[in-house]
Ligand binder design. Sequence first.
Ligand SMILES: NC(=O)C1=CN([C@@H]2O[C@H](COP(=O)(O)OP(=O)(O)OC[C@H]3O[C@@H](n4cnc5c(N)ncnc54)[C@H](O)[C@@H]3O)[C@@H](O)[C@H]2O)C=CC1
Ligand SMILES: O=C(O)C(=O)COP(=O)(O)O
Length: 621
Amino acid sequence: MALSSSCSTLKAVNSRWTSPVPKLAALRRHSLLPELRYTPNVKLTATNALRTVEQTTLTEDNKLSTYGSDQEDQESLPKPRILVAEKLGEAGVNLLKDFGDVDCSYELSPEDLKKKVAESDALIVRSGTKVTREVFEAAKGRLKVVGRAGVGIDNVDLQAATEYGCLVVNAPTANTVAAAEHGIALLASMARNVAQADASIKAGKWERSKYVGVSLVGKTLAIMGFGKVGTEVARRAKGLGMNVISHDPYAPADRARALGVELVSFDQAISTADFISLHMPLTPATKKVFNDETFSKMKKGVRLINVARGGVIDEDALVRALDSGVVAQAALDVFCEEPPSKESRLIQHENVTVTPHLGASTKEAQEGVAIEIAEAVAGALKGELSATAVNAPMVAPEVLTELAPYIVLAEKLGRLAVQLASGGKGVQSIKVVYRSARDRDDLDTRLLRAMITKGIIEPISDSYVNLVNADFIAKQKGLRISEERTVVESSPEYPVDSIQVQISNVESSFAGAVSDAGAISIEGKVKYGVPHLTCVGSFGVDVSLEGNLILCRQVDQPGMIGQVGNILGEQNVNVSFMSVGRTVVRKQAIMAIGVDEEPDKKTLEKIGGVSAIEEFVFLKL
Ligand SMILES: NC(=O)C1=CN([C@@H]2O[C@H](COP(=O)(O)OP(=O)(O)OC[C@H]3O[C@@H](n4cnc5c(N)ncnc54)[C@H](O)[C@@H]3O)[C@@H](O)[C@H]2O)C=CC1
Ligand SMILES: O=C(O)C(=O)COP(=O)(O)O
């Protein structure tokens, strides 16, 4: 099929892999993600552009290499090669075969995987294949898409993928029910000793009194992480007559209420539950969150189910809790190391039931996941935008160059705003106000909005947010993000004068950040290319957004800067910036202090102990 250079439909673009196409350059101009396909050695791609922009090193060469030249026209193009490295449902494989050359090679050694990716345009994996930096290095730019046939992407080195310009997509919805059902299966079989009794009877024994179980009805189940899987577990546990509570600092209370689930604090959840089921992602904040200290707060005889990720539990501490009887039983589908060592005391413990990461392993889920990932991978190879892309912004290079410092500002404002929110209600309603001298059509705020969303969501989830998936993720998380433009009389040479992020209907950990209108409100500007915080609540400040930040609200009186500066100095914490903002002289002021290091708890307590300081908060940027 021949295409003229005026062809602009996606359908025409899509035919590129299935039939000889003479005018490659024409297609490149119309593809939504052209750089994913035709520039194996590009320095800047849709995927790595953001990283490049964050480092503000976009060069003219980069731009040229992204879009190439018309000299690369070819007479015909081969089909893309897709390496499927783990068992994938047949429907998905067939879908891929319609589109490319599919190589299903399972259980490859790391060395063989590296050899194969050098000849593959796409790679599809589940949780058993580690897609490391070495894999991307070995691919030498050939690998354009990695598809994770499932939710968790902790086995893919996303930073390396981004650096190598490789798009990563996942299949976040098709295995939700399967994971929830497995959680319920483990809950019920653990309570009734099904696995232990089965092993006993097969060993020729008949031990009826040894395997007396516990009932579920009327018992309290704490669901840690009220996301897609947690919600489905709650629905099912309710049907079993259990009293369901949940801890999820970011879940909307109305969604929980609708299911008759009470959202409670972490300590309340673990100290009152008879059963605890884990459904939070593995993030730096949740790593080993179940440890000696938290086990000691649990009700003696609690039962634990983990279908999320092994890394949220300190496995040695769990063995100690099982030995002491604090945890009566545990049912585990996931482990810090998979497969776990045969000698693992945890695996061998008589009160532990284990399955080999089977949460997503139902016929139905695997067919669903296979189709979801096959469509995402094929779509990405065709140059379409993917709703489940986890690392791919796509904006014209010249727009990226101009927006670079504002992108950094936007993410930092999002990150700061969410850290100022507290209380059990969850963040739901966010308003972004851009003040700009530009015409509406002349300012593309998608990337800025995406970065604010990223800043808000990333500290509380393992979702990776970018231009492609920001709206999708925000919607999934129940976030409503509205944007407003205010025209100001400044120079249209600069795209944005200021960005304000407001979060309404939440309590704040820092009352000074709440505006007269009752919303958490912070505003920032770019000054000399550097993002600055310029307003907190009703207080004007001016502090560069680098390192970390301490905000103090105090009585406006002399000597405050000195006192706090001395406390930080004594602990060798370097102050990078300091700014004081006040509304009425000698009444109240806000002090914004930029610090290079993270002060320890004692230092922060000392700051809080200064008599004129009414409140303070430490924020990570
Ligand atoms: N065993 C298996 O085969 C499977 C495991 N999973 C795993 O289950 C987990 C949950 O998956 P989904 O529900 O699809 O994800 P999700 O993103 O829909 O839900 C995660 C929830 O955890 C919450 N959360 C974040 N930090 C938290 C914290 N510190 N404390 C409490 N809650 C917190 C989030 O707000 C979110 O609501 C993931 O880690 C996923 O990889 C998912 C499918 C199958
Ligand atoms: O989707 C997930 O996060 C899972 O843990 C499922 O993993 P799997 O695809 O079965 O290896």
